[in-house]
Design a protein around this ligand. Sequence first.
Ligand code: IPM
Ligand code: MG
Length: 369
Amino acid sequence: MVKKTIVLLPGDGIGPEVTRAAAQVLTDCAREFGHRFELVEHAIGGDAIDRTGSPLPEKTLSACLAADAVFLGAVGGPKWDKLPVGRRPESGLLAMRQRLGVFVNLRPVRVHTALLDISPLRPDRVRDVDFEIVRELAGGIYFGKRGHEGAGDDETSFDTESYSVKEIERVARVGFERAMARRRRLVSIDKANVLESSQLWRRTVDRIAGEYPLVELRHMYVDNAAMQIVLDPAQFDVLLTSNMFGDILSDEGAALAGSIGLIPSASLGAGPGLYEPIHGSAPQLAGKDCACPIGAILSAAMMLRESFGLAREADGVERAVDRALSAGYRTPDIARLGAEISGLKSMTEAIRHEMAHALQPAEGYGWGV
Ligand code: IPM
Ligand code: MG
């Protein structure tokens, strides 16, 4: 039995709907296994701006810092698009990542066999795709020196990409560790033919490689990596990269799986982990019961495994998602023309139904006992 406090940050657009789906799965899981998960909701993003004037209210932040893990739905929307960088919903999320000290973001991309026909790539190209993007999350151009000078036609704005040895070392070690637990192949992605920060990245990753002689390391320029993800995605096991490149490549990777709605993520550091589907707030889909809850539900599974060490429970949730997809449940983003469509709620119910079987510990069936 474990006892955990989980802060839920539903946020904007479809955020609240997908968060509810993930919360139901966590609650089922706790009931089935006798754990105690206390789920507490707080405001973030545009929702928090509307309520308090700030995209990351103090109350939300202190609850998150005191929690065992944090789940975030999505932030942003047209209503807040005119706000300057720094006061937008997205800055609530960026500040949260920073304050929680999460410096690495794991984004697994797997192409489900039942969805081979949904991928924009031919089935033979995506059949064996199963890779994980290890994205640096606390540095780089997202948090570098920025500003603007001059005005009108003479205005210049800048954002700076910079990385320290320590920042690269800590994320590189996570990349190597993830590779050790998988197929032991790591591709480090940079732009070392142009950028100083990438040259330091490459040198540092090479040095850390000495600690992991069993991992096969390759370096790849980001432009080539973007092409390779489309040409031959099955070649990848773990991809290690900077904040910005990871943001871009993970959307590309997600497209291979059939929909960005399917991909979960875990952001980790010394404190509580932050779990979020990688999709955005999709304002056009909000409130229509048509968003895909799978990215959110799989993020909850990552929380169970990475933050709570509950591997069996996480496997159960992932198996339930597989079974619901194999059984033919399809939200509109992953449905073929003419296929029967499930809403977010019926997809979630299908997964919860499958979980009742998938989570059942073998001894629970009582065979021969
Ligand atoms: C993501 C998102 C965020 C990012 C935005 C919303 C700040 O695109 O999690 O990939 O750029 O990190
Ligand atoms: Mg992104």
